[in-house]
Design a protein around this ligand. Structure first.
Ligand code: SF4
Length: 694
């Protein structure tokens, strides 16, 4: 305001950072944003916003923005600025050349959880209709794909069960593998408010996160488990519930499959699942596990909130299933104050999954192998779709190294910095013949690209985002795209160059098509969102104004399904050479790979990633806070400044991955979830040694 003067008008839009999806008011003078204010009428945020949404939007006009398309024949050549027409013609001709030489399935696309639903829908449509295959995946692959699998298997829908407001009716809150204070700050405030009103808290996390003992909030039980033992602790909790007679037998009899329940009950009752038997593995005293299980099962309305500390493991899907089992066993599904609530990381990661970004699923999680479903899309899109699922992101990398995958269209996703085992990713990308990156900055992935298409920030386009509670909210354009085109227009132009015509005049027309083709979206339109403020899907003839709470009278799949969750230890083991376990996460002021927040004043709070280490482990190595520490794993090595803290338990170290120079993902491994290939970012055996300043 000091520079630009008082705002003259405002535009309501949605934050482009985390999965809380706060409604914001961009206060404008002419076409310039003066400040970003939380919208008092926003259902997800009730007039609040955090330091990212409120202050970290200046990246949209940062000098690093690339606004002209560029091409180069080889990645060692300098970039050459070209017209949009030349760039798109080149990209399309390269993709067609590669397919002619290496086959239809030799190219694919990656959608972005930072982009709108409409843009994501168009990328998967381009891959399926113009590329002619199903090689499309999304960055949810590396975060919440196990949520989709686990919740669909047990409850019947790949999404969380509640609204954020539901927490206000919870008597017991169990937070597993999530740090809402840093990752979902506005929701964390709501949760803490409920705790101050008397709700009880159980935290299951290797670190002593802020929630465990912030002022006025203290967890009744903190279960500081060893990284990689989530399934063992969930089974131990279930064992106590089953063997101490704490099941909600009436709910189970009425709402769940009997045979599957009986099998699960017999399994969790086995002595090997008792807290006393698993304490050596999890590191959590048995009595504390028993007490937490009793509180969860008998304390009234009990809600589970979980994050990437659950999903990013070799047994990520198993833990999600185990959490759903706990909720069904205690009858904590289908009403206010309970449920299974994934805290999704990115602003539109729920939406990117909903929009058919998976190689096996069309929009609305409908399997590509289903001929009836395929026929609906074939009629609407006037193409023949392939019935076989395509490649997931890690399969694309493997196929590239095998020589069978040669071209990639990557929209708004920095796979080099965000995917695990950077060396493997880099080698795969180096072996491809044409990589098209569409982004607002020349990110790490662009170093391997042959075509760069300038992207547009959330301030430059219309569309919708879907947050962690299935809430679809409007994104509204407040300034014209710096490059001349919004991302959805670029995809449309590329498709046309590939010979598959798309002709949408506005993103609302794309949403209309999504609604026609997706049963859970049948009632959704921009007009209805504008009228209601936001809509939680399913929104259709059964729920014309959306669905705040799911599975109320029956589960989406009919009867809830208990599934046995056998604990299998991660292949990543500590040894004499690698005696510590590294786990990774986020901090409040920065966001994921930091492409946006690093280019804002938020760096005044954090301008580097740090290695958190317990005082005993630090003393053993002669490391003090501020010293440089070398971290070596089986995959690679890097250097970080140390932060000695009792937040960590002995034997476990922690870092974030917001700054490319810290190279956190140089050391993470290729291990991934058995069902979805979600990488195991949370368990890497490492050695830490003091080093000189790099
Ligand atoms: Fe944006 Fe999330 Fe912060 Fe809300 S809590 S302002 S959605 S980053």
């Amino acid at each position: 305001i000091a520079v630009l003067g008082q705002p003259e008008h405002s535009v309501v839009t949605t934050c482009a950072y985390c999965g809380v999806g706060c409604s914001l008011k961009a206060e404008m003078k002419g076409s310039q944003v003066v400040r970003m204010m939380p919208n008092k009428n926003g259902e997800a945020n009730e007039g609040h916003a955090c330091v990212k949404g409120r202050f970290a939007w200046g990246y949209a006009t940062h000098k690093d923005r690339i606004t002209k398309p560029m091409i180069r024949a080889k990645i060692t050549d300098p970039w050459r600025e070209v017209s949009w027409d030349e760039a798109l013609t080149y990209a399309a001709s390269e993709f067609r050349r590669i397919q002619a030489k290496h086959g239809r399935d030799s190219i694919g696309g990656i959608t972005s959880s930072r982009c709108t639903n409409e843009e994501t829908y168009l990328v998967q449509k381009l891959v399926r209709a113009a590329f002619g295959n199903n090689n499309v995946d999304t960055c949810a692959r590396v975060c919440h794909s196990p949520t989709g699998y686990g919740l669909k298997t047990t409850l019947g829908e790949s999404a969380g069960t509640q609204t954020f407001a539901s927490v206000e009716h919870a008597d017991v809150i169990m937070v597993i593998g999530a740090n809402p204070t840093d990752g979902h700050p506005v929701f964390a405030s709501r949760l803490k408010r409920r705790l101050r009103q008397g709700a009880k808290l159980i935290v299951v996390d290797p670190r002593r996160i802020d929630l465990v003992d912030t002022p006025h909030v203290k967890a009744q039980y903190h279960l500081p488990l060893r990284p990689g033992t989530n399934v063992a602790i969930v089974n131990a909790l279930a064992h106590v519930i089953v063997t101490e007679g704490l099941l909600n037998e009436a709910f189970i009899a009425e709402r769940c499959e009997t045979r599957a329940f009986e099998q699960w009950r017999a399994f969790v009752a086995l002595p090997e699942n008792a807290p006393e038997a698993t304490a050596d593995v999890t590191g959590v005293p048995a009595e504390r596990v028993r007490a937490a299980a009793r509180l969860y099962a008998t304390g009234g309305n009990a809600a589970i909130y979980y994050g990437l500390g659950v999903t990013e493991h070799v047994q990520g899907s198993t833990t999600v299933i185990g959490i759903a089992n706990l909720a069904m066993a205690t009858g904590n599904v289908g009403r206010e104050g309970v449920g299974v609530n994934p805290l999704r990381g990115q602003n539109n990661v729920q939406g990117s999954c909903d929009m058919g970004s998976f190689p096996h699923e069309l929009p609305g999680y409908r399997h590509i192998g289903d001929a009836t479903v395929r026929a609906e899309f074939e009629d609407a899109w006037h193409v023949t779709l392939q019935p076989e699922p395509g490649l997931r992101i890690p399969n694309m990398f493997d196929a590239a190294l095998d020589g069978s995958f040669k071209g990639l269209y990557c929209q708004g996703e920095d796979i080099v910095q965000s995917d695990p085992n950077t060396q493997h990713v880099s080698a795969a990308l180096s072996s491809m013949e044409c990589i098209v990156v569409q982004d607002i900055f020349l990110n790490e992935t662009a170093k391997y690209a042959h075509v760069f298409l300038p992207g547009s920030s959330f301030l430059e386009k219309d569309g919708t985002f879907t947050n962690a509670e299935r809430r679809i909210s409007r994104v509204r354009r407040v300034m014209p795209p710096l490059s001349g085109y919004a991302d959805w227009e670029v995809t449309q132009l590329l498709s046309k160059k590939l010979g598959y015509e798309m002709d949408y005049a506005h993103p609302s027309e794309i949403m209309d098509e999504i609604a026609r083709l997706t049963p859970t979206f049948h009632g959704v339109s921009f007009d209805l969102i504008d009228k209601l403020g936001s809509i939680q899907w399913p929104c259709n003839e059964h729920a014309p104004e959306g669905t705040p709470i799911m599975h109320v009278d029956e589960f989406v799949r009919g009867k809830g399904k208990f599934v046995i969750t056998q604990f299998i230890a991660s292949p990543e083991k500590v040894t004499r050479k690698y005696p510590l376990l590294l786990t990774t996460g986020r901090i409040l002021s920065q966001y994921n790979v930091g492409a946006q927040t690093r280019r804002t004043d938020n760096v005044r709070w954090h301008d580097e990633d740090r290695l958190e280490i317990h005082p005993d482990d630090a003393a053993e190595r002669g490391i003090k806070t501020g010293d440089w520490a070398g971290i070596e794993s089986r995959a690679g090595q890097t250097v970080l400044r140390a932060l000695v803290t009792e937040r960590m338990q002995p034997g476990v170290v922690y870092t974030t991955f917001h700054f490319p120079e810290s190279g956190a993902n140089v050391i993470t491994t290729d291990n991934s979830d058995w069902a979805t290939n979600c990488p195991e970012y949370k368990v890497t055996a490492v050695q830490v040694t003091p080093v000189e300043q790099p």
